[in-house]
Design a protein around this ligand. Structure first.
Ligand SMILES: [Zn+2]
Length: 201
């Protein structure tokens, strides 16, 4: 990431917005934005690998409420919320901190919630676990700020392997989601943003 170039571009943007980039409040803004971008987009530089740390037998391991912050690639505004992950260990358990880092790897870049869900599920399944399911609950500022009449949460899910089964998924959703989201998880819609929805692919 060329932070010097980003500083220049942000200063230009301020001018195009009709602002004076030299006034006191804005003087350091290009630098601040460049510093911020380095942090919120550091997922591009992440080479975190999901190495297996423990050996154990259990039906599934679930990690709920992993927080994430990402930037919507359509509007460059934040979307954020929680990721719930469950997987079938296949004799191997992945450290909880590794799961958080996996989420960061894909959240800290320009994203779509659907793609982020898919990428996390793919990498998890790629470690050789028996099955994996990833559910993401996200709030999108681009929807709220544009006056879309929705203060709701967008729910997306991806299942792999042995977890790609309607019965298993329903049980895991029950454990992962609030009642209101669970109810609407019965029907899904991949294209519009109803207040609460589940997107399954
Ligand atoms: Zn957006």
């Amino acid at each position: 990431m060329n932070k010097e170039k980003i500083r220049e571009l942000i200063a230009q943007l301020l001018v195009e917005l009709g602002e004076d980039p030299h006034r006191e409040g804005l003087r350091d803004t290009p630098r601040r934005v460049a510093d911020l971008y380095e942090e919120v987009f550091r997922g591009y530089a992440s080479d975190s690998e999901l190495d297996v740390v423990f050996t154990e037998q259990s039906d599934f391991v679930m990690q709920k409420d992993i927080p994430f912050y990402s930037i919507c690639e359509h509007h460059l505004l934040p979307f954020f919320g929680k990721v719930h992950i469950a997987y079938q260990p296949n004799g191997k358990v992945i450290g909880i901190s590794k799961l958080s880092r996996l989420v960061e790897k894909y959240a800290r870049r320009l994203q779509l919630q659907e793609r982020m869900t898919d990428q996390i599920a793919n990498e998890l399944q790629g470690t050789g676990v028996g099955g994996a399911i990833v559910v993401v609950e996200g709030e999108h500022l681009c929807l709220r700020m544009r006056g879309v009449k929705s203060n709701g949460v967008t729910v997306t899910s991806e299942a792999r392997g042995t977890f790609d089964d309607p019965l298993v998924k329903t049980r895991l959703f029950d454990l992962m989601l609030d009642v209101k989201n669970r109810t609407s998880a019965i029907s899904h819609n991949a294209s519009d943003f109803s207040p609460v929805q589940l997107i399954e692919q």
